[in-house]
Ligand binder design. Structure first.
Ligand code: ADP
Ligand code: MG
Length: 279
């Protein structure tokens, strides 16, 4: 389902959809993950409750080790729950994965150096058993969406870090996933490249309004991109606060200088330090 409404209904400064009334894409109820270990079991997530609605851009932010990756992996069926429940589009994460509900972007681009850019984006589609011509067509299309037209025949090592990460985003988008999971995708990049990719990701989200669950360490990145920001704290990993963005859906980087942006960043910073001081 496409969440975009006829253009007459949306203005650039007002939400085109109301996420509060959209259907849930992900529901977590008392989601708990205990990593077993003989001497030191780790309670990575403790009874996390969270609803992510279709078309939302939700960021998870919190210090290292607070369970952000674990939560993402549980939703994507890469990690089992110890107790509690997670539903994705009203199904189990396993069923959702079988239906190819997810695209997953990791912190490092994880591209095969012996394959061209095009070959890397085609690979999961080929594994899926699609016709070669179709894989190629989709790969060209996805690379165009992330601004990499003309680079299809290059090898990953011929591209900058930022371009490599765009290749991995194109690869994740190849299945047309309804939910895009991103685990600190821009964490290793310099600030200017990160700004640039943040802008492109914001525009992609605005255009296509897929559900995005995005892990970051950066307050500015979370505020710039998100419709909601989930602040987590460690040991045991849990949600300390959920902050609703007051920014319009359509954003540009200059908004980072606005009082509204500063206020949101302040709220996130406060919640992070509250979570920190509880220990
Ligand atoms: P974050 O992504 O927020 O940094 P993680 O979800 O990676 O946090 O980790 C949460 C906690 O669980 C950390 O204390 C981490 O050391 C621990 N952990 C993560 N994966 C495993 C694992 N496979 N086995 C045991 N402990 C783990
Ligand atoms: Mg992590």
């Amino acid at each position: 389902m496409d969440l975009a409404l006829p253009s007459t209904m949306g203005t650039t400064s007002a939400p085109i959809i109301d996420p509060a009334s959209a259907k849930p894409a992900v529901v977590a109820r008392k989601a708990t993950v205990l990593y077993p270990s003989a001497d030191h079991p780790v309670l990575a997530l403790n009874e996390v409750d969270l609803i992510v609605r279709q078309g939302e851009f939700v960021s998870l932010i919190g210090p290292s080790g607070c369970g952000k990756t674990t939560l993402l992996r549980v939703i994507a069926d890469l990690e089992p729950l110890t107790s509690g429940e997670v539903l994705v589009n009203d199904r189990s994460p396993h069923d959702a994965r079988m239906k190819r509900a997810y695209g997953y972007v990791f912190q490092s681009p994880a591209l095969f150096p012996w394959r061209t850019v095009l070959g890397n984006v085609m690979l999961p589609l080929q594994i899926q058993g699609r016709l070669s011509a179709q894989c190629e067509e989709i790969a060209y299309e996805q690379l165009a969406r992330v601004g990499l037209t003309g680079f299809e025949k290059k090898y990953p090592w011929q591209l900058s870090g930022g371009m490599q990460q765009r290749v991995s985003i194109a690869r994740a988008l190849g299945f047309e996933p309804r939910i895009l999971m991103m685990d600190e995708p821009f964490g290793a990049l310099d600030e200017i490249t990160r700004d640039n990719l943040n802008e492109q990701l914001q525009q992609l989200w605005l255009r296509e309004r897929r559900t995005v669950i995005f892990v970051t360490h950066s307050i500015a990145e979370a505020v710039y991109l998100s419709t909601r920001i989930v602040v987590m704290s460690p040991r045991p990993g849990r949600i300390v606060k959920i902050i609703e963005s007051t920014l319009p859906f359509e954003r540009d980087l200059s908004m980072r200088d606005s009082p509204e942006f500063a206020q949101l960043a302040h709220e996130v910073r406060e919640a992070l330090s509250e979570g920190h001081h509880e220990h």
